[in-house]
Design a protein. Structure first.
Lengths: 480, 480
């Protein structure tokens, strides 16, 4: 098929250059466009539709766990940003400042929110007076901006879309529970909707969020073995509450500081989908977030009755899945390649002979398998195939992760694995929890700590770096 | 009921001070909170939920008319904003400028989008090459910022949430058709979902959007007779296309400029809902966008079985409407007043005697009417009542508009009506279309042109201002 060959030739092979493959897919599948605004991306209809599906799933899960949506201002006065010292130290270097408005110089600079803890805290101070006002479990969907030097579509952009949950609780225990609940919601989204297996764990002191007491993360492994931090959930203790003077009268009528969490996922998840499931033919979208789950491609559509019947089949299957049809003049071969490249999970082929026999052919994007299905059995067949495609994508990604997860007991082993490009992946070791060892792993092996998994294993008694008694198991990797 | 009296006392009467009534309702019903960011508001859960319902309705109608969602950058380089001269002249005075980022002074200022025509045009220039690429029918949900001197929640805030549609078409005719199609979609949203009657019309040259060839508007009358511009739809001709060099090869293989539209509605619609339907007891929400359509209030809830039964009834009605329950220790009287103030369309009361007789009482927010309904007939009864509440709200608003719409044939009549506070409303007249007359109406009668209605009537032969031959019928008013 010449058409297909041509299309695929436009995409660099993953094996040749993974970074170029990524950029080619992102552009070719029309997920994004660049603009004259440095480091910002335009989300095109196909890319934005994936985000809408992620939003719909996440928003449903947030509401089901008792969260309410709100909207806070885009701009943060400098004095407000400075209220929590660790937080401002972490974010001040990477914000954009508004210094002029309405034709005048401002007396105080306003930063574009890099995250909204400070705004939420100011609001919480207004509305939390009594234990009866707790918990407050808020979420906001919005854009944020961080001044990044090097950017890549979805993975790291100056402006990105995300949700940020911000909650306040009576007790430390309840806040920690919320932090982990939302980490599990994120893992649920990744594994059961995006078909991306994740390792849940805690970040080291060095890697935790500016102002947090502890940060939890879900880490996914991309096709090239690199790690992608895919969502984080933070426990703040009462640090922000003290800085912002948020106090409530407890059940014993004494003043207390509440305990806080925040958590976020971003459009970065689209990058995770691309790099987890994509192949040399282009995107592969998990059915739960695919804008089009089934693409109808008529065969010999100029023949009488074919286009009509295809449109009729489309109308029927739209009742139970997201479907579309391509009635353009392009050849079937071009269409096959096009929708493979766009990652549509299933293709439905319908030609004159199929119509004669009241059947059609369903072709899977993940395996290329074809099955002939009677037209009156499509709801069951498509439902089962979409579920199976999800499972297959998940299993493949899990196998990739398992195949590229190594255990090291000595620093020499670490260096040997990290230095072998064919072994790009996770390296599990024990660690003494000394930041000096973390720094050494970075400097000498080029590895950053990904997380201390919630499911700890005892791999060894000693720290892989210094040989002193180990405190925890930790995952290392090279990260996006 | 002492509780109710107290609650209502917190809200200034509309007749005493409409502006204070508005602010009281907005705060009391917990729609917004203020922050230290001047002119920006915090949308609290109840206020944001109304916006989510408006978004859901509008987004469905946009998609049903073939539009796709995209997302453009927040920031616009100064050079890009300046490409269309009328546009920059209109917006430059009211933008916020980012001049510092990542710790450095920028070489070019970036403005926070006040609207995104320039970004869409830059993108259109990339992707529109052939007539096959047309039409492009895009929409984006986002925040925008305009540097306003005086602000009021929902009605005029520096930052607000909105949607902006941007479309490109082969022919002028098709673009004009789109402009009017979306105006009709906006009127549909207002009338059939928000229960707000609107006048559809064209803005004068003076009032049209910066850079547009013509601007269409829907104008609603608030309870106090003032006008609220509730949505606008613009036809751009090919002005932006020429400024941004967007050209396509047409069906005859010659280069052409496409024709453009844009259209938007904002969180201002929530202000319209408040000021159209609210009363001295607080909010009244149209059922289609009420976060809670039915509030269950148990009576004598301490008595055995009452709370259980109420929770059971709640679970049942949640199958067909948005419902909630108040099981707090507050008195039923407090709860009645509370949910009236929050504008919940229906209250469901359930006490021991009701349970005995397998019935409950439904109380309408709009009329106060009570009906006793068997528990097994709730789906039908609630459905009918919600529809009737919508109709009643709409009819009342329409009557208010009709009662406060005047016709003037001479300038003396205009002055007499405009000078009589009891006659605050719309004044319909004929007009010669000379901007000098429009300016005189503003200066001498304090009236601005609202629109030239699409449904024109011939009221007179002469312009109400100058007596020269009239060209069109026009609506005047005082506006928010």
């Amino acid at each position: 098929m010449a058409d297909k060959k041509k299309l695929v030739e436009d995409i660099t092979s993953m094996e040749v250059d993974f970074a170029r493959w990524y950029t080619d897919v992102v552009k070719k599948a029309e997920l994004v466009d660049y603009s004259s605004v440095r480091g910002c991306m335009i989300l095109r209809p196909y890319g934005y539709a994936i985000w809408e599906h992620i939003q719909g799933i996440a928003d449903g899960l947030f509401k089901a766990t008792g969260h309410e949506n709100v909207y806070m201002p885009l701009l943060i006065p400098e004095s407000l940003l400075q209220k929590e010292k660790d937080h401002v130290a972490g974010f001040a270097p990477e914000v954009a400042w508004v210094t002029q408005g309405g034709g005048e110089e401002l007396t105080e600079r306003l930063c574009i929110r890099p995250t909204s803890e400070t705004l939420f805290c100011e609001h919480f101070a207004h509305i939390i007076k009594s234990y009866r006002d707790l918990p407050k479990k808020y979420n906001q969907w919005c854009n944020v901006l961080r001044w990044e030097k090097t950017t890549r579509p979805f993975l790291r952009t100056m402006e990105f879309l995300w949700q940020e949950g911000h909650t306040m609780h009576e007790t430390e225990e309840e806040a920690v529970e919320e932090t982990l609940r939302m980490l599990n919601v994120y893992a649920d989204i990744c594994e059961n909707y995006l078909a991306i297996p994740v390792v849940k764990g805690r970040k080291t002191e060095k890697e935790k969020f500016a102002g947090a007491e502890s940060t939890y993360t879900i880490e996914a492994m991309m096709h090239d073995g690199k790690s992608l931090q895919s969502g984080t959930s933070h426990f703040f203790g009462d640090g922000f509450a003290r800085a912002f003077d948020i106090q409530y009268t407890d059940r014993n009528n004494t003043l207390q500081y509440p305990f806080q969490t925040s958590w976020g996922i971003t459009t970065r998840l689209i990058g995770a989908i691309i790099m987890t499931h994509g192949d040399d033919n282009g995107l592969q979208l998990p059915p739960a977030v695919a804008p089009v789950q089934v693409m109808v491609v008529p065969i010999a559509q100029h023949k009488e009755g074919v286009a009509d019947k295809a449109v009729q089949v489309l109308a029927e299957i739209k009742g139970f899945c997201r479907a579309d049809i391509d009635l353009s003049d392009n050849s079937p071969g071009w269409k096959f390649a096009q929708y493979e490249m766009k990652g549509v999970p299933l293709r439905l082929e319908l030609g004159p002979k199929d119509i004669e026999q009241n059947q059609c052919v369903l072709v899977r994007r993940d395996t290329g398998e074809k099955v002939t299905v009677p037209l009156d059995g499509l709801e069951k067949a498509i439902g089962e195939l979409l579920r199976d495609i999800h499972d297959t994508l998940y299993r493949r990604a899990l196998k990739n992760r398992e195949d590229h997860t190594y255990t090291a007991h000595t620093f020499e082993e670490v260096l040997a694995i990290a230095g072998d490009e064919s072994k790009s992946g996770f390296i599990n070791t024990m660690w003494c929890e000394d930041p000096a060892c973390e720094a050494k792993m970075k400097e000498e092996a080029g590895l950053t700590s990904r997380c201390m998994p919630l499911e700890q294993e005892h791999l060894d008694d000693r720290c892989v770096c210094c040989g002193r008694p180990a405190k925890s198991m930790i995952v290392w990797g090279k990260a996006y």
